[in-house]
Design a protein around this ligand. Structure first.
Ligand SMILES: *Cc1c(COP(=O)(O)O)cnc(C)c1O
Length: 301
């Protein structure tokens, strides 16, 4: 499969964050704007899809099937990628499909995705090999991608993210983590340490999951990495007035859009740690990966 240059190695701007609030705090923050890759197929979800699309094509599959919640950035990107690269797409959505569809699923359906709501109890089987076999029988032509693009190909795509900035100019890379796929990928290639902000509640689950991923895929980490789990704001997609106020101010001052599920929590956390003054070594140069996912913001309006 031939990917055009804008998808194979997209141009991703790096922007310096010049926020008066951070002046004299001894860190400099820059952000890799993966949200600008493409209006829909953007963010880390594009990197997680890239090698999945290539592999599906190699296997002669003509459709792509995956899973997600009703505001899934992953299903949204998958639907549009399918439209752009001529795959049929099937989205299995957690819970009943609402009528009318929300704007995320409405976009996906308009891009051609076949949507099916599945009960929460069946959704829990989304990684169970027996269930996946039964889906493969029902959709023989489908290439199956796990929720969030969290497989070996997803890791492989994210491993390329460090090619988009000069590692010599930074001391640390920060990112928001859900499944930890992006961090797993970067851990295999990055020359500088990584700090992941866990946006789901749950003791230490990401540390375990990332270590398991590395082992399962026969990969090893190339750098130090760690997870901060204190800025989840009560759990996945949970917000507080303080978080929303932080995001509005950040967007106004820095002219960079955020969403409250991932990038808003990461930046909130990063600002808090920076304000402690002694958390990061003096004059730390920090690269932040903007994960994209701005469509999900519509779920909060
Ligand atoms: C999916 C997503 C993440 C998390 O990526 P993982 O690889 O699942 O850890 C971070 N930010 C945004 C905007 C996302 O959509």
């Amino acid at each position: 499969m031939e990917l055009s240059p804008e998808f194979n190695s997209p141009y991703i701007p790096v922007q310096k964050i010049e926020d008066p609030l951070l002046e004299d705090l001894g860190t400099s923050l820059s952000i890799l704007r993966t949200d600008l890759i493409h209006p829909v197929v953007s963010g880390n979800k594009w990197f997680k899809l890239k090698y999945n699309l290539i592999k599906a094509h190699e296997q002669g599959k003509r459709s792509l099937l995956s899973f997600g919640g009703p505001w899934s950035n992953h299903l949204h990107a998958l639907a549009e990628a399918g439209r752009l690269f001529n795959f049929k797409t099937i989205g299995l959505v957690r819970g009943e499909l609402a009528t009318p569809l929300n704007s995320c699923l409405d976009d996906a359906r308009k891009a051609g995705m076949l949507l099916e709501g599945i009960s929460r109890s069946i959704y829990r089987e989304k990684d169970n090999p027996d269930y996946l076999r039964s889906l493969q029988q029902r959709f023989p032509d489908a290439y199956l991608i796990p929720e969030g693009g969290a497989n070996r190909e997803g890791v492989q795509g994210c491993a390329e993210l460090n090619l988009y900035f000069d590692e010599n100019q930074f001391d640390l890379v920060c990112m928001a983590c859900g499944t930890g796929t992006m961090l797993t990928g970067l851990a295999t290639t990055s020359a500088i340490p990584l700090l992941g902000f866990q946006i789901l509640k749950g003791d230490n689950y990401l540390n375990r999951r990332i270590s398991n991923n590395l082992q399962k895929f026969g990969l090893s980490s190339h750098c130090e990495w760690s997870i901060n789990d204190t800025f989840h704001f009560g759990g996945y997609a949970k917000t507080t007035e303080e978080l929303i106020a932080f995001i509005s101010r950040f967007e106004r001052v820095n002219k960079i859009p955020l969403e409250p599920v991932y990038s808003g929590k990461m930046l909130y956390g990063l600002y808090e740690l920076t304000k402690k003054r002694d958390f990061f070594p003096q004059n730390s140069r920090i690269m932040i990966i903007h994960g994209g996912g701005l469509q999900g913001k519509r779920g909060f309006l």
